[in-house]
Design a protein around this ligand. Sequence first.
Ligand SMILES: *Cc1c(COP(=O)(O)O)cnc(C)c1O
Length: 382
Amino acid sequence: MNIPFNKPYMTGKELYYISQAHHNAHLSGDGPFTKKCHAWLEQRIGCHKALLTHSCTAALEMAAMLADIKQGDEIIMPSFTFVSTANAFVLRGGVPVFVDIRPDTMNMDESQIEAAITGKTKAIVVVHYAGVGCEMDTIMGIASRHDLLVIEDAAQGIMAAYKGRPLGSIGHLGALSFHETKNIMAGEGGAILINDPRLGERGEIVREKGTNRSRFFRGQVDKYTWVDIGSSFLPSELIAAFLYAQMEEAERINERRLAIWHTYHQALAMLEAKGLLRRPVIPGHCRHNAHMYYILLSDLTCRTQLIAHLKEQGILAVFHYVPLHDSPAGTKYGHTVGDMKVTQDTSMRLLRLPMWLGLEGALQQTVCEQICAYFMKKRVQQ
Ligand SMILES: *Cc1c(COP(=O)(O)O)cnc(C)c1O
């Protein structure tokens, strides 16, 4: 028995579209497949402008440039997140200000944001953990009262919504990931979603090495030149061709993931009722995308034992995140406001179960049975 934690799903059309890109002989960025991906994102998400990038990390780096982050500017964010959420801003000289998360959704605790605002605060970066929306109405209200930008790290959030609004479409800027571990993927890949129309043209410039090349190709200027800071953030057409095959199947992928998620949720209800673990909490106004299925164990020992038990059975379950606020780079470049109790506690107790298309049926049943078997063994030993 070997049940990996993740297994990339391919629709079968990726190679066909890549061969079309080959046939088109347009292999650099912004060709026909990139344009199809942009149109799909703009239509599905309802953003002013969507631009593919080579990763979500790159999209966050672009967001930091568009937010004009300068040396010493403060950016409020959770500590319970992936490094790129913070690193993108540190690269511009920004200072991450870490606040704690909510114990129910593991999203940034919006009630702690205002205490972290100072004269230097420039932006709030929210992370929609597991594709479950942060409390965006409250957060957008705080941002508008204090004149701050809101950037959504929606790396895990494609196809998910908060009060009917797609994640990534609510703040001024959003960032998506198409990394192999995400719901819709192209190996590596990402997109920046620009919701504030004032940032649209500069977004194109920053992504095209700081040049006005996009306007040149549209015939809006007669030569292109260096006009701003920027870098090369666009992916090749081969990546866009692969990605477009996934986008076409996004609805079906989402439904199948949700079915797997609900199977876990039902199978583990009894263990939650017995107080042995806690299942994910999805607020009624959030539509999630089954990006992951996690459980919260009673303590670190229990998690370590369960990981080992599952591994003996050939099942790979993994944990994350190691909090950023007390990491070597986090203490050097950022600081915290308030205590980090929930972040610390969650990082020791959270376990992610295998989640991929193809896990349905007997394989998934085995995972659930082995989790139960672990708790039975534990009870016998006590
Ligand atoms: C995956 C992820 C990223 C990074 O995405 P890449 O496309 O690998 O750069 C950033 N933030 C969060 C919350 C993620 O889950």
